[in-house]
Design a protein around this ligand. Structure first.
Ligand code: ADP
Ligand code: MG
Length: 272
């Protein structure tokens, strides 16, 4: 058989391309022709050729779906567990964070609470874990405590609270950032409690706060509701207290020290 008789006609190639696009196999449509030439060149089997095309399509689809999940999660920036400098924050157990990054906690619908002063990496770790969950094709949403409560309140006013709570309860992981920066009124506190009850043992929460648990009464303006919230939240929960310096001022401090040393050095050289 000559090579000419084996070569597909132009209309065949076009039909194949159209059908691949109809089946939404975009990556295969992009690659099939070049890959076919390559397969002839390296004498690979029909199965190997098809396998390679399907693998490429799976890769592209996975990447697209992860990107969609990351966009939907509405992270305020992209932070990863890999870019977290554990040596700067020795109060955070690298082993524990790596264990949490396996997402067993999402599978078990457990919660994580990150506590500590500003700048110690609470939001960074929360996003890092959220990003891992997106990569594992979990449904994730990141929201500041304030915007989440405002959203729930707006839904209550527009009589769509049920729908909004239902949408939230379908998430695998909800990240609530910065609880406690501003106190909440009773209505918002009640809405938070309502949502927590709905998620309880069904979906995970990662929550970050600069307040210790005994200050939560102040956040929610009511000790009873605060303890009911803590009761649900902490039942299946990994609590990660972070102490230490703010990473934000790390560079400024280093620069200040450098400057100080320089001045000192200049002072010494002047004296001599
Ligand atoms: P917090 O939420 O505790 O106030 P952030 O997570 O927002 O702190 O951290 C402040 C900034 O410092 C962010 O840009 C974050 O990426 C960075 N950062 C904090 N801790 C670390 C760390 N240990 N390694 C790398 N970057 C860090
Ligand atoms: Mg933060």
């Amino acid at each position: 058989m000559t090579r000419t008789t084996m070569s597909p006609s132009l209309s065949e190639l076009e039909a194949l391309r159209q059908n691949l696009l109809f089946l939404r196999l975009r990556r295969m449509a992009e690659l099939y022709e070049a890959e076919a030439k390559r397969a002839v060149k390296i004498k690979s089997s029909y199965t190997a050729y098809l396998n390679r095309l399907v693998e490429e399509e799976v890769l592209a689809k996975t990447e697209r779906s992860v990107n969609t999940r990351v966009n939907k999660a509405r992270f305020p920036g992209l932070k990863t567990i890999e870019s977290f400098d554990f040596s700067f924050q020795p109060s955070v157990s690298e082993v524990l964070i790596k264990e949490l990054a396996t997402l067993a906690f999402v599978q078990a619908a457990e919660n994580i609470v990150l506590l500590g002063p500003p700048g110690v990496g609470k939001t960074h770790l929360a996003i890092g874990l959220g990003f891992k969950a997106c990569a594992a094709r979990k449904k994730v949403l990141f929201a500041s405590a304030l915007s989440l409560m405002d959203e729930l309140l707006a839904a209550l006013v527009s009589r769509s609270l049920g729908t909004r709570l239902e949408i939230l309860s379908r998430l695998d992981l909800l990240i609530i950032d910065e609880l406690g920066y501003l106190p909440m009124d009773t209505q918002r506190a009640n809405l938070f409690f309502q949502h927590l009850c709905q998620r309880y043992e069904k979906g995970s929460i990662i929550l970050t706060s600069n307040k210790t648990f005994n200050q939560w009464g102040e956040i929610f303006g009511d000790d009873v509701i605060a303890s009911a919230i803590l009761d649900r939240l902490l039942h299946h929960c990994h609590i990660i207290p972070i102490q230490g310096e703010s990473y934000r001022i790390k560079d400024k401090k280093t620069k200040a020290i450098d400057k100080g040393q320089k001045q000192e050095h200049n002072g010494i050289s002047k004296k001599t």
